[in-house]
Design a protein around this ligand. Structure first.
Ligand code: NCD
Ligand code: ZN
Length: 359
């Protein structure tokens, strides 16, 4: 097959670790990894250190991004237990509001239902909210979307009960959308012995093979594929208290293209879930003169060592895939070609800023 040209992919769920844990990743290495994976825009999560839950930390993270990012981006604000009204002044400049209703890495968890309601009521109705909620908490989030009649985007759905609940909700017209991560599509509990217990820690956890199968059976309900790229170093993953999270920026597209080659997905499924739907749900502007070129027949082996992410490992180590990103053109410039990132740090632009306002 000849080279395929696809639109620049958008990853709506990325942990950049900048500021606070730049030994795991920063805006430079994270966006380089994105480009290598055919991703031209990333939405960054707020569980950094400090967490991005006030105007000051928000501006601090954006200052790093402005200096270092190689692909385009926007930054989420987090609703923390201490979050006060101030954060909502930055709403228009944020990717959206991220609400953690369940256990997570970092202090941004909202334990009380009153806090959920306050955040939903205060955040402007027309701006996106992304929710980390699992199992019964996800059911509560679906109910919130219904009661407030306001779109909620449900992050990293991973189980049969969750995807079936979302199917029912959508059938009843509840305004929810959802994302699924490649690691929940391509891995399950059955892979834990091979990956190793500590390395396999991720939230939501790798699920049962039946859950994995249910995600594939309900593809029509999945609006978005997002990586939840959550890099931690190997020393951390193999240490005493392994933090949860997988890197994913460089493996998502090759895994999905391999599934296309196997007849389990279509290219259209990838384009809708990594370009069209993310743009619609998060109201992102078009990236003009932006595309990626892919060799659909290139066969290669995934190796953590060869990745651009700083974390230096992957749960897909040794997996053979078919489909390789050859070239990425971002706003008219060749950003990545034949294994090399070409654009400089600082080339990436904030998708929530008007180009004329940029310094
Ligand atoms: C995330 C991280 O490391 O930031 N880890 C994960 O397993 N997904 C935290 C999170 O998204 O809850
Ligand atoms: Zn995450």
């Amino acid at each position: 097959m000849p080279t395929l040209r696809l639109p620049g992919l958008v990853d709506v769920h990325v942990h950049m670790r900048d500021p606070g844990a730049t030994h795991k990743e920063d805006w430079d290495t994270g966006t380089a990894a994105a480009l290598a994976g055919g991703i031209t825009a990333v939405l960054a999560m707020p569980n950094t250190a400090p967490p991005i839950a006030d105007a000051e930390s928000f501006d601090g993270a954006l200052a790093q991004a402005r200096k270092k990012a190689r692909c385009d981006y926007a930054q989420f604000l987090g609703a923390g237990p201490e979050t006060k009204g101030a954060v909502f002044h930055a709403a228009e400049r944020a990717a959206g509001l991220k609400m953690y209703l369940d256990q997570t890495f970092g202090p941004l968890r909202l334990d009380e239902m009153t806090l959920w309601a306050e955040a939903i009521e205060q955040w402007p109705r027309d701006l996106p909210i992304a929710i980390h909620a699992e199992s019964r908490t996800l059911a509560a989030a679906v109910l919130m979307a219904h009661l407030y009649d306001r779109p909620l985007h449900l992050c990293h759905v991973s189980t049969r009960e969750e995807i079936l609940l979302i199917r029912k909700a959508k059938e009843r017209g509840v305004p929810v959308t959802c994302e699924v991560c490649p690691h929940h599509l391509f891995l399950s509990q059955a892979d834990i012995p091979r990956i190793g217990e500590g390395r396999a820690e991720v939230r939501p956890r790798l699920a049962a093979p039946e859950d994995q199968a249910a995600l594939w059976e309900n593809l029509d309900i999945i609006d978005v594929f997002a990586t939840d790229h959550a890099p931690h170093t190997l020393a951390e993953k193999d240490g005493e208290n392994p933090p949860p999270g997988f890197p994913g920026l460089e493996t998502a597209l090759p895994l999905l293209l391999t599934a296309v080659g196997e007849g389990r997905l279509t290219l259209e499924d990838i384009i809708s879930r990594m370009h069209e739907n993310p743009r619609r749900i998060f109201n992102l502007p078009e990236q003009p003169h932006t595309w990626i070129e892919v060799d659909p027949d290139a066969e290669w082996e995934i190796r953590g060592e060869a990745q651009l992410t700083r974390c230096g490992w992957t749960p897909f180590e040794g997996k053979n895939v078919r489909g390789k990103v050859k070239k990425v053109v971002l706003r008219g410039s060749t950003a990545y070609e034949n294994g090399k990132v070409i654009v400089r740090t600082g080339y990436g632009r904030n998708l929530r800023e008007n180009p004329s306002e940029e310094p």
